[in-house]
Ligand binder design. Structure first.
Ligand code: FE2
Length: 180
């Protein structure tokens, strides 16, 4: 399976370059995190592929800053990503795409987010590692390659309430991340 070929199929040339760069950084960070926990036996080949594909659903959403002027609400990229990857015959990768943002049903209802009212929380070791790695990078132009510190991630999450911060802290501990 060639993730780049799949991304090329779904993104225009401008967005393709941004998504590939972002996904490569998330992949690199995810592999670093996986090395901290050999005892959990993370599937490295799967992490490599799924990290590259976690944001594929963005192609169906409105994301003008990265070259997609029209589409559905950005947050629907979790579910759209799952749908695309299931259609491509990748059901396990599809769950990474759907769960990588990490938000609970309760938080979705409270914030009235325009997505299905259900949990979007990473469950497996590989899903958690990719979700955690993704927190350190943004796709905003000019900030694409900048890795956030743990404190910057925490500050960014605080606007969504205490639960996402608590979940992040738990993953930082479980995957033995060091304060950078
Ligand atoms: Fe991402």
């Amino acid at each position: 399976m060639n993730p780049l070929k799949l991304l090329k199929k779904y993104f225009n040339s401008q967005t393709y370059l941004i998504i590939v760069k972002h996904s490569q950084l998330v992949k690199k960070k995810a592999l670093e995190i996986a090395k901290n926990v050999p005892e959990l036996k993370p599937d490295l080949q799967f992490i490599k592929e799924a990290a590259m594909l976690h944001d594929i659903g963005v192609c169906k959403t409105k994301a003008p800053l990265i070259g997609i002027p029209k589409g559905d609400h950005y947050f629907t990229h979790w579910e759209q990503g799952r749908k695309i990857l299931e259609q491509e015959g990748l059901p396990k990768h599809a769950l990474v795409a759907e769960r990588h943002f990490g938000v609970s049903k309760k938080e979705i209802i409270r914030q009235n987010l325009p997505v299905t009212k259900k949990d979007f929380l990473p469950l497996t070791v590989e899903e958690e590692i990719i979700a955690l790695a993704d927190r350190f990078y943004t796709k905003k132009p000019g900030e694409l390659e900048k890795e956030r510190t743990i404190e910057e991630v925490r500050t960014g999450l605080q606007k969504f309430g205490p639960e996402p911060v608590k979940r992040f802290d738990k993953l930082v501990k479980k995957y033995k991340l060091k304060r950078n």
